[in-house]
Design a protein around this ligand. Structure first.
Ligand code: BTN
Length: 262
């Protein structure tokens, strides 16, 4: 039987296709696993899996993602052409920034590649997993986790690095409103990006990483430098202390003080 949150999401739905196929689970392991299974079984583009709570949420680069009740955990199935696949990073993070502004009035920023921060603390993480065969995208699953009503102080593991919409705005935020706003912003940006409307400039505008001294780790490789730009493909351009340039495709960014900080 659908629960009240699910009914409320369905009633407020104002999209062309995102969320029309909606699977809502009060509790599951990870929306990524269920969404991938649905996609392999042929789910339509725009199918969404939402969890009230995840018991083994997945983060980027093999990390775990805390996903208690009151937060948003969802995965969206999309099927973009291969030459537009790289834009999903921009679509997803920008959609979250716009949604946060819409539901709380708060201006968030993006930390490369696709974390969303408020006053330097993480409010949203995004995980994108693709299945590509030769030159065809079978599907992409975009996992979005937003800290909505989490009390960071009650969660010591993440209290120094994470925040939530409720703790920043000082009031409880209705999760169904965040979800339906996110569907609408996501769909608009996705359709625009697919039809060639540039969304890169807006993504770059909200990219708080530019100008900062950062360390970027990807597996065994570590780069340090000043984040100089982001490219239209979504890569990070880093100027190392010796003046040379590195173009980073994937990695985990941490802020450092300056070039002397090791
Ligand atoms: C990160 O910042 O490391 C990415 C976190 C992504 C979390 C979301 S929550 C919904 C979806 N299901 C998961 O298990 N992970 C993503």
């Amino acid at each position: 039987m659908p629960n009240t949150e699910e009914i409320s999401i369905r009633n407020q739905l104002n999209t062309k296709f995102i969320g029309h196929q909606l699977y809502y689970y009060p509790k599951l392991t990870s929306t990524m696993d269920i969404a991938k299974r649905k996609a392999q079984e042929g789910a339509d583009e725009g199918t969404v899996v939402i969890a009230g709570e995840q018991t083994s949420g997945k983060g980027r680069l093999g990390r775990a993602w805390l996903s208690p009740q009151g937060n948003l955990a969802m995965s969206i199935i999309l099927k973009p052409p291969l030459d537009k696949l790289h834009q999903l990073i921009m679509v997803a993070s920008l959609a979250v920034v716009r949604t946060i502004k819409r539901v709380s009035g708060i201006e968030a920023e993006i930390k490369w590649p696709n974390d969303v921060l408020i006053k330097g603390k993480k409010v949203c993480g995004i995980l994108i997993e693709n299945e590509v065969q030769r030159d065809e995208v079978l599907f992409a699953v975009i996992g979005i986790g937003i800290n909505i009503n989490l009390d960071p102080l009650a969660t010591p593991e993440i209290s120094s690095i994470a925040t939530s919409l409720a703790s920043e705005s000082g009031e409880e935020i209705e999760k169904d409103k965040v979800i339906t706003a996110l569907f609408a912003e996501f769909e608009q940006l996705y359709l625009e990006s697919q039809s060639g409307v540039p969304i890169y400039q807006e993504w770059k505008y909200y990219m708080g990483t530019i100008g900062k001294w950062v360390q970027v780790k990807a597996g065994e490789s570590v780069e340090r430098g000043q984040a100089e730009a982001v490219t239209k493909r979504g890569n990070l351009i880093l100027r190392r202390a010796d003046g040379s340039i590195a173009e980073i495709v994937v990695g985990d960014v941490t802020m450092i003080k300056d070039k002397s900080d090791h």
